[in-house]
Design a binder for this molecule. Sequence first.
Ligand SMILES: Nc1nc2c(ncn2[C@@H]2O[C@H](COP(=O)(O)OP(=O)(O)O)[C@@H](O)[C@H]2O)c(=O)[nH]1
Ligand SMILES: [Mg+2]
Length: 382
Amino acid sequence: MKSADTLNMAEEIVKAVREEYDSLNRLNVLILGKTGVGKSTLINKVFNENLAATGVGKPITKNIRPLSKKGFPLTIYDTPGMELSGQNSVDGLIGEVKKLVQKGVMSGSVDEAIHCVWYCISTPSHRIEPTELYFLKSFLSATTTCSIPVILILTQSYSKKDARALIAEIEKEALGVEKIVPVLAQDYELDEDITVKAFGLEELTEVMYELIPTAVKNTFASVQKASVDIKKREAQAVVAKSAKMAAVTGAVPIPFSDAAILVPEQIAMLAKITAIFGIPLQKAAITTILSGMLGTTGTTIAGRSIVTNIIKLIPGAGSIAGGAISAATASALTAALGEAYIAVMVRIVTGELPLAKLSTSEGRKELAAIFSQSLKKKPFKK
Ligand SMILES: Nc1nc2c(ncn2[C@@H]2O[C@H](COP(=O)(O)OP(=O)(O)O)[C@@H](O)[C@H]2O)c(=O)[nH]1
Ligand SMILES: [Mg+2]
């Protein structure tokens, strides 16, 4: 193994991101709802990959079809042709769904279990039909023992008033669903000059994040795109942990010549953050980000130089240059690196800082500013 001194940071991060991604538990979501209520539209707006269009798998039963993509830790069980007309079709579907849920439970594996159910009803339909009520009640009573959270989603809610009325109707039924969430997944053109803005996706994502098992929360943070805030919080938790680890490493002050000892933890941290944001970053882009933040040039960043360069950028570095890096400094510089990297990821996913702009002089200036901002917030002590 190469020593951390000469490691190519970007290369190691790319490798670690792949490992990180492969190590995520698979998240499985079952989406129920009649044809045309907006299931595919919703899937595309909530998740990172366009599964509804590209990830179509073979139907596993008459009504259930898995959507997934190689290397993407999410399976959606879609019900594309669900009709629920007549007792037979309802009972048939209940049977299929029960089987799918039981198979997951029996496997005893988190990768096989169904972690959340979305039941979609279209708000403009103004009602929940008796067959749907019957279906929901049977489904809920059959699955109470495996405690799978069911979110009732009122789709196509371009009228919030109608959505509120429908929620009141459904609440009367006391179904025992975890939550009823109205959404409009995509802007709706009501008339030539009236467009209703999409809403509710972030709330749906927050609700789901709270309800799913801890073992798949970081997968969900990574595969969803509707809430940047969830990504940010998840990434901040990673930084807090890494900063603590760095403090442990620096408990016996680290001589400058051994600065690279902090590097493996920092690689792991940056890889985890990259995976959470789900941005497919190549080696070159990562090099550009790191060198932009540190104000260095050249096509690689060696492990050791990342720590020494950060120290050089710390305001008043002279006073801490007592020949060794203290626990507080080790922790603070790791945290500053992590937080700056998060700030960059946020700007990339929101489109404020497009990937193409990173390597321009303007982009480099912005990266440097983000990093110096983050350094200022940290206490650097001897
Ligand atoms: N504007 C707008 N159209 C929607 C929304 N949800 C669904 N639709 C439209 O309703 C139709 C059916 O949606 P689709 O996602 O295919 O429904 P599915 O059969 O349940 O998968 C499509 O023409 C969508 O464009 C929405 O939130 N906003
Ligand atoms: Mg569909």
